[in-house]
Design a protein around this ligand. Structure first.
Ligand code: SF4
Length: 346
């Protein structure tokens, strides 16, 4: 029998393993805020080895202070002084001004129990951030993604308290769960990437044993991906395009393929992954089929959701091929090809 692509996540749900970020909170670090950034990175890389060893164990994490999550928070806060959280690498001091995404303080557009995500994830407590680092002309959430100044500022301490109402600490929860129990916290937007320091702060203040989902376009830098390691249990990713020209034309994302494929491989090495691909009309041969091919070659163990629910939205009307829906026959054909190539479709 094939191992489940979401095996560790299922063990967090059953209460037999802790969420990764709780393990990061159990790794003691000698943290001095005066330590220069390169030295904090070196410390981070050393302490990550301890964390990787702890991830396979099921003993209860004992939270210590200061810990690896605190170190991640301190690095993340520094990364936004010359922002390099995503591959746009604006270099903006986000404490003083706005970069391309327009995000300064993290603002929450809405948060609610989402029943519309992939079956293993629901019910999912979903937090939608305002603003996004990509500018997809077909964005279905453009009302959120294009308005980074909208939404509420919720202090990280308050958000951590909310999380503690969703799940109890590791070891304190009953082993049997009811189907209505929230299964995870799902960080999305827009995109969570510009809000990485806020999310880390929330996690550094919480002790709820609940899986963390990074629901993202995956246009992050390697540094940002390194910080996520040990905090995120499931990467719920978009692999949008199969070539750089389409990514540039429709999302304004230079070097998309190099970035997105690198980050997918990093995500697969760090945790469990559900890859989404939204089929775009007119992009079967340039995007969808190359994406299927790449996944089959490089991430054969990942769960994959190939979606056909595209509808023209936002600025899609400006692009001839995006004014239509995806032909039903194309979707059926792609699912067949993906199955033949051994992808685990969900
Ligand atoms: S998250 Fe990306 S787009 Fe936003 S300021 Fe940072 S580097 Fe620029």
């Amino acid at each position: 029998m094939m191992p489940s692509p979401l095996g560790r996540y299922e063990e967090i749900l059953s209460g037999s393993l802790p969420a990764r970020y709780l393990l990061a909170r159990s790794v003691k670090v000698e943290l001095q805020e005066s330590l220069p950034l390169p030295e904090r990175w070196a410390l981070h890389d050393r302490m990550m080895q301890d964390l990787r060893e702890a991830i396979g164990r099921s003993d209860a994490p004992r939270i210590v202070s200061p810990n690896l999550m605190d170190l991640k928070v301190s690095i993340a806060r520094d990364l936004v002084r010359e922002c390099s959280l995503c591959e746009h690498r604006c270099g903006t001091d986000r404490y003083l001004s706005r970069g391309r995404c327009g995000v300064t303080d993290s603002r929450i557009s809405s948060q609610f129990v989402h029943m519309g995500e992939e079956e293993p994830l629901v019910p999912s407590y979903t937090v939608f951030f305002s603003g996004c680092n990509l500018k997809c002309v077909f964005c279905q959430n453009y009302d959120i993604s294009t308005c980074p100044e909208a939404g509420l500022i919720i202090p990280s301490r308050e958000m951590a308290l909310q999380m503690s109402r969703l799940a109890r600490p590791f070891g304190a929860e009953p082993r049997s769960r009811s189907p209505g129990d929230i299964r995870n916290v799902n960080w999305v937007g827009g995109d969570p990437t510009p809000n990485l320091p806020y999310i880390m702060e929330v996690l550094s203040r919480s002790d709820a044993n609940i899986a963390q989902v990074w629901n993202s376009n995956m246009y992050l830098t390697e540094h940002a991906m390194s910080l996520l390691e040990g905090c995120i249990d499931i990467y719920l990713t978009d692999l949008k395009f199969g070539n750089d020209a389409c990514a540039m034309r429709l999302s304004g994302a230079p070097c998309y393929m190099r970035t997105a494929t690198r980050n997918h491989l990093m995500a697969a090495a760090q945790g469990e992954v559900i890859v989404r691909h939204l089929m775009l009309p007119g992009h079967l041969h340039c995007c969808t089929l190359p994406v299927v091919e790449w996944l089959a070659e490089n991430m054969p163990g990942a769960a994959v959701n190939i979606m056909a629910q595209y509808r023209p939205a936002h600025q899609a009307w400006r692009y001839q091929e995006l004014r239509d829906a995806v032909p039903r026959g194309d979707h059926r054909k792609v699912l067949e090809i993906a199955r033949t190539k051994g992808l685990a479709l969900i």
